[in-house]
Ligand binder design. Structure first.
Ligand code: HEC
Ligand code: HEC
Length: 218
């Protein structure tokens, strides 16, 4: 744990130095994210039973689950441009970072050199914590979501050729149980959690599958 904190502090200095050196070209500072901001709400699967047509209900369920999927906590790791983004506004990762061949970062500077197995508090004002999870890595290109419509994301996440070979049941398990996905609801100081809870999100995904896993048009 101590080693992780020292590494983390070192990396922040790298970030600061880089920011200073690029001067005017530096990205805007991270906007203040009130630590106590209430999480956005997420409706439960039961809220949708009044929609009688299963296909219409399925679309409505996925649209609700989409509040999580398109939250910054998920999108920051599912970019199209092969580089992670940060914060509520999805600004480029500071220091500059790329996914590298396997999503674990460039040779010599893997994600894990800064992102430990758990979130680590920092002493910074702008950056209050460094997020962490044992599996921290960039999502592969075929799982890129940023800038895509919810309908397009829906179509690709249920396509086994693009979702890591997962069946719908395995997809549900990943959404509802995966520890890295769960990080989005306890993302560390200075970040807003994803809406609702992982359990409620998992129920929405299950109900979406049970109603035929229909996708929104756009
Ligand atoms: C730290 C980066 C990171 C975060 C944050 C993250 N993911 Fe991922 N995600 C990955 C990686 C890496 C993979 C590929 C690994 C795998 O297939 O098991 C992946 C794969 C997936 C998949 C597999 C199928 C597909 O088509 O994309 C789903 C579903 C998914 N993530 C959902 C989510 C959701 C929902 C959130 C937010 C609540 C989220 N992820 C947040 C890194 C991340
Ligand atoms: C040199 C250190 C360093 C390396 C290497 C690094 N990161 Fe980061 N990363 C950070 C710091 C520090 C933060 C917190 C910044 C903040 O919250 O403003 C961060 C934040 C993030 C976030 C933002 C989470 C959110 O929702 O706001 C993502 C996503 C991320 N890193 C992904 C990655 C991935 C993927 C890799 C490897 C490909 C990686 N990082 C490599 C230091 C690093």
């Amino acid at each position: 744990m101590r080693a992780a904190i020292v590494l983390a502090a070192g990396s922040l200095m790298i970030g600061g130095a880089l920011l200073a050196s690029v001067g005017a070209a530096a990205p805007d500072p991270v906007p203040e994210t009130p630590a106590a901001a209430p999480a956005e709400t997420l409706k439960s699967a039961a809220d949708f039973v009044s929609i009688k047509d299963p296909a219409a209900r399925s679309v409505a369920l996925f649209t609700e689950a989409g509040k999580v999927i398109t939250s910054p906590r998920c999108l920051n790791c599912h970019p199209v441009q092969r580089a992670p983004t940060q914060g509520e506004d999805r600004h480029p990762h500071n220091p500059p970072m790329v996914g590298g061949q396997a999503g674990h970062g460039p040779v010599g500077l893997p994600c894990g050199s800064c992102h430990g197995p758990a979130n680590v508090r920092t002493w910074g004002q702008d950056v209050q914590s460094i997020p962490g999870d044992p599996k921290w890595a960039l999502a592969p290109a075929e799982m890129a979501w940023q800038g895509k419509s919810l309908g397009a994301i829906c179509a690709q996440i249920k396509n086994p050729a693009r979702n890591g070979g997962r069946s719908l049941a395995e997809l549900h398990h990943h959404m509802a149980q995966d520890h890295l996905v769960g990080w989005a609801w306890s993302p560390g100081d200075g970040r807003r959690p994803a809406p609702g809870t992982q359990a409620r999100f998992g129920e929405l995904v299950q109900a979406w599958i049970d109603t035929g896993a229909k996708c929104p048009k756009a």
